[in-house]
Ligand binder design. Structure first.
Ligand code: PEP
Length: 244
């Protein structure tokens, strides 16, 4: 169960969040928990989760190891503060910061090289769904992005299916719609990396997941977990998602 805080929460807000969240998540052995705060709050988050099973991730990662890339943060910088995961290719990065399948692949490889577990996002826009192109979009994102990984690299990633029309809009994909998309992605994995990889890979659903819809989503065998934006900002709300 992953939380993406987007551009919310200072270090002080982060410490406050975990004071509330830690005890509420204390009995959550059924799942892994990762919270992805903004870069400037990573260190506060790592401090706050010390000694717990909660892990901390970045929301993005540079594709280069170092260099003249103003505003970027490298994998080594992220691991140096104690984070273990990195979201790659979030739809807000694709939409507002020109992220492409090619850069998603490069960032995913950089995360793996740094020893971070990448959470790689794919998902169609509303007009793509409405024009009947969901499957084609997911296949293209997989082929141009994820499929560039070696088998060994692929075994270390988590995929997040995040339909763009469901992110931050309050419109959740029905469990059936989400499961259908997960099947499309898993079929791609099977074709490229084989049955064992397809069975093993974890595919999260993301898009307006809330305490009151998480149970129905998680009842779909295809859905292995959730990537939660807005609802992960509230400690009580996110705890009830984690403890669905
Ligand atoms: C997200 O940011 O990945 C996300 C799914 O956002 P929300 O849950 O707010 O739709």
């Amino acid at each position: 169960m992953a939380g993406n805080w987007k551009m919310y929460k200072t270090p002080a807000d982060t410490t406050q969040f975990f004071e509330k969240f830690r005890p509420l998540a204390a009995n959550s052995e059924h799942c892994e928990i990762v919270i992805c705060p903004p870069f400037t709050s990573l260190a506060a988050a790592v401090d706050a989760v010390r000694g717990t099973r909660i892990r901390v991730g970045a929301q993005n990662i540079a594709w280069a190891k170092e260099g003249a890339f103003t505003g970027e943060i490298s994998g080594a910088m992220i691991t140096a503060v104690g984070a273990t995961h990195a979201i790659v290719g979030h739809s807000e990065r694709r939409q507002y910061f020109n992220e492409t399948d090619e850069t998603v692949l490069k960032r995913t490889q950089a995360a793996l090289e740094a020893g971070l577990a990448p959470i790689v996002c794919v998902g169609e826009r509303l007009e793509e769904r409405e024009s009947g192109n969901t499957e084609a979009v997911l296949v293209a994102q997989f082929q141009k992005g994820i499929a560039g990984l070696s088998e060994l690299q692929f075994a270390k990633i988590v995929i997040a299916y995040e339909p763009v029309w469901a992110i931050g809009t309050g419109k959740t994909a029905t469990p059936e719609i989400a499961a259908d998309a997960h099947r499309t992605i898993r079929a791609q994995v099977r074709e490229k990396y084989g049955k064992d990889a397809a069975d093993a890979v974890r595919i999260l659903y993301g898009g307006s997941v809330k305490p009151d819809n998480v149970k129905a989503l998680m009842a779909q065998p295809e859905i292995d977990g959730t990537l939660v934006g807005g609802a992960s900002l509230d400690a009580v709300g996110f705890a009830s998602i984690v403890n669905f």
